[in-house]
Design a protein around this ligand. Structure first.
Ligand SMILES: Nc1nc2c(c(=O)[nH]1)N=C([C@H](O)[C@@H](O)CO)CN2
Length: 123
């Protein structure tokens, strides 16, 4: 399987279970791996024949501006389901971390995998 990755994508959003977290946006860091559908033919060298990672980033920005989550679990699940359904990715891994929210912990968060990870893509 071929994979698009997004590393250290930092974005501000309202996230958290405490009252202050529902009012003050926090920066979270996202790391994503997005499986490409094996039916796609990358040898065409055309953006139409792959997943456009710029569109995925913009879609995540829009989601996190509109929707506010209490838990990182819900945030990662919503991002994963959006990528599987809207971009027809067969498999996705989403990691979301809060930065410096607990004393002595630089990053903490969650990683989820959804969908089915496929075989290597041979062309
Ligand atoms: N499993 C989780 N535990 C906690 C979360 C979370 O999203 N998932 N969130 C919080 C608070 O919002 C925290 O980040 C504030 O310090 C606590 N535990």
């Amino acid at each position: 399987m071929d994979i698009i990755f997004l590393e250290a994508f930092r974005i501000k959003t309202l996230i958290g279970i405490y009252p202050w977290e529902k009012k003050i946006p926090q920066t979270i860091e996202l790391n994503l791996e997005i499986g490409l559908p094996s039916k796609h033919d990358y040898l065409t060298d055309q953006i139409e024949d792959t997943l456009d990672y710029a569109q995925i980033v913009e879609r995540i920005r829009a989601m996190l501006a509109e929707q506010h989550f209490s838990l990182l679990e819900t945030l990662t699940e919503n991002i994963a389901q959006m990528i599987l359904t809207e971009f027809q990715s067969p498999w996705v891994k989403v990691n979301a971390a809060k930065l410096d929210v607990l004393d002595g912990v630089r990053k903490l968060g969650i990683t989820i995998e959804r969908g089915k990870r496929g075989q290597p893509h041979f062309s």
